[in-house]
Design a protein around this ligand. Structure first.
Ligand SMILES: C[S@@+](CC[C@H](N)C(=O)[O-])C[C@H]1O[C@@H](n2cnc3c(N)ncnc32)[C@H](O)[C@@H]1O
Length: 246
């Protein structure tokens, strides 16, 4: 595992890791569907080696490796605790994964790769607009020709009505998942107590900086991607797909 400076503590703390590891399946709306959609979009890749950027516990990597017996994944995250959880989860896949510890905002990890695909979930919103724009340019360069980038993330609604609806849908999804997974409101209460619903925050928020859907699409096209699209959206969470020209 390569080493890098720990991300600024104000961005992601060990307590966030603990909370997310315990309740992530309930906190992420329709999580199984999101994971499946991301992996559905990673087909016909020019190379089966993919990067899972800000991998967390390695949920995307796990599903990708399960589906692609010849696949390999590099999992990158800033949190050593998350990387340990990912290593545990991915242990059954043997040496088909490599760990990298890095801050998403840094440049070093963005060099010298030719991945067939890059996937990321619920992390790019920690970068501001210019940071996302630069990231998309760099990710485009890190893909082999014909490579695919898939991102699940929060998006910024452009008006208060859509924002209120995203907030309400997210709460409904968490309440439903909490009942299903915990037989009660345990996860829903933690979600509320932790102030996890970005769309209920007064904003602007220093840690979470989602951008609007049109901005993402513009920046991806500007970076050189083709077939830029949104394949799925619910409760303010969208799955984007974009391809490097073959
Ligand atoms: C909400 S979790 C999502 C994890 C995983 N992608 C998933 O969907 O299950 C956010 C992840 O981003 C990582 N993260 C947050 N800020 C980061 C940063 N500045 N650099 C690298 N990783 C970061 C956290 O450690 C955490 O694993």
């Amino acid at each position: 595992m390569s080493e890098a400076p720990v991300p600024a503590p104000e961005t992601w703390r060990p307590s966030d890791t603990e909370l997310f590891a315990a309740y992530g399946d309930a906190f992420v709306p329709r999580r199984r569907e999101q994971i499946s959609t991301v992996c559905d979009l990673l087909t016909d890749l020019p190379d089966s080696h993919v990067l899972d950027l800000c991998c967390g516990e390695g949920r995307l990597a796990e599903e990708y490796l399960r589906r692609r017996p010849e696949g390999r994944v590099t999992v990158l995250d800033g949190s050593p605790e998350m990387l340990d959880l990912a290593a545990e989860r991915l242990a059954p896949f043997g040496d088909r994964h490599t760990r990298v510890r890095a801050d998403i905002a840094d440049r070093e990890w963005r060099e010298g790769a030719a991945y067939g695909g890059i996937m990321t979930s619920l992390a790019v919103h920690h970068l501001d607009g210019p940071g996302k724009r630069d990231l998309y340019r760099d990710l485009h360069a890190m893909l082999a020709p014909g490579g695919v980038f898939v991102m699940a993330d929060l998006v910024e609604p452009t008006g208060p009505t859509a924002r209120a609806l995203a907030a309400a849908h997210w709460e409904q999804a968490v309440r439903h998942a909490s009942r299903e997974q915990f037989g009660g409101d345990e996860a829903a209460v933690s979600f509320e107590t932790a102030g996890w619903n970005y769309y209920r925050l007064p904003g602007p928020d220093p840690y979470d900086k989602p951008s609007s859907l049109p901005d993402h699409l513009d920046w991806l096209r500007e970076a050189g991607f083709i077939e830029v699209d949104v394949a799925w959206m619910y409760a303010g969470h969208a799955v984007f797909t974009a391809k490097r020209t073959p």
